[in-house]
Design a protein around this ligand. Structure first.
Ligand code: PMV
Length: 332
């Protein structure tokens, strides 16, 4: 066993899915019931440093400057246990992590958090992993985190086991100048987290139909991205979002994430599109609405979204790059 201090830092962007991940084939390994496609969100980032330290008697997690305990710490400890097993080390670690987007801004931070953690922890533990292996590792922390490892527009190949389930880039960030305008309606933490939500998916009678038709939507979405066909991407993304929310609303326990302002924005996006502005909506496990449009329309769409009653804040994010390691001397 080494007694040296081993440290590494990494940066990663969150992502927004056009074709959603909702439901698992294997809950423990987070093998999804179907594939998904997303875009990394540039400008927004999580920076994480991991230091394996022989002087520590337990893992520590410092989030945005605050020492953390409870469930959040436990999830990171379980992840670090997996890294320690892979690397054959038994040192505890200090994990320091910062988001440059407000926590509670309605952007799921678990994707960028576990993606940055995977890169930093693997490097600090002395593991040399390929992008696919890092994506598989990030998946163990949070499913959607595997999509934040590669750059730009990304597809998570569902696979059927730990080995075959990871994400790949289908086009780089500069392939298409799309922007995600995030209309923040609520900053509070969601009452039902996604880990619990994935387990409820299979209790909806609609999930089977959603999964059966998923390969066709994946194909349509992949083709729309490769051809930069905005109308086709809009159609398939809104359909896929509605299907996921239909499953959420019809499980053994009802998950209804939408607020009145969410529905206002769904209607508004439709009206804007009919009036000739290329824009579509997608919504994750919360009330906030992601409005996707070409960069040339971003300011106009952001200003219009800010006018809707109940919208508290509007953020803009273009397509973002892959997760990567930071130089040792960089401050978080
Ligand atoms: O990675 P998780 O367990 O937080 O699940 C993410 C689920 C959604 O954000 C609702 C959809 C997706 O594909 O990102």
């Amino acid at each position: 066993m080494s007694t040296e201090l081993k440290s590494a830092a990494a940066v990663s962007h969150p992502n927004i899915a056009f074709i959603k991940y909702w439901g698992n084939r294997d809950h423990h390994l987070r093998i999804p019931a179907s594939g998904s496609i997303s875009m990394n969100l540039g400008r927004l980032e999580t920076r994480t440093r991991v230091t394996f330290n022989p002087a520590l008697t337990a893992d520590r997690l410092i989030l945005n400057g605050e020492p953390t305990s409870g469930k959040q710490l436990q999830r990171v400890q379980t992840f670090l246990d997996h890294v320690r097993r892979l690397a054959g080390i038994d040192l505890y670690a200090e994990v320091e992590s910062k988001n440059d987007f407000p926590t509670g801004a309605g952007i799921a931070s678990s994707a960028s958090a576990f993606s940055a953690l995977a890169l930093a922890a693997a490097a600090a533990a002395g593991l040399q992993l390929s992008e696919a292996e890092l994506s598989r590792l990030a998946r163990r922390g949070s499913g959607s985190a595997c999509r934040s490892v590669p750059g730009g527009f990304v597809e998570w190949l569902a696979g059927e086991d730990d080995q075959s389930s990871y994400a790949v880039s289908i086009a780089p960030a500069d392939h298409w100048d799309l922007v995600d305008i995030v209309a923040v309606i609520s900053q509070v933490h969601k009452p039902t987290g996604s880990t619990e939500g994935h387990a409820l998916a299979e209790t909806s009678p609609l999930q089977k139909a959603r999964l059966k038709s998923a390969p066709a939507r994946l194909e349509q979405c992949r083709t729309a991205i490769l051809r930069r066909d905005f109308e086709a991407l809009a159609e398939v993304s809104e359909l896929d979002c509605n299907l996921m929310h239909a499953v959420m609303m019809t499980g053994a326990r009802r998950l209804l994430y939408w607020q009145p302002a969410t529905i206002e924005l769904i209607h508004a996006a439709g009206e804007w599109r009919r009036s000739g502005i290329p824009v579509f909506y997608t919504i994750d496990a919360g009330p906030n609405v992601h409005l996707i449009c070409p960069a040339a329309e971003a300011d106009r769409v952001a200003a219009a979204a800010a006018q809707i009653q109940g919208v508290k804040e509007v953020l803009q994010a273009p397509a973002g790059s892959a997760a990567h390691l930071l130089a040792e001397e960089v401050n978080l």
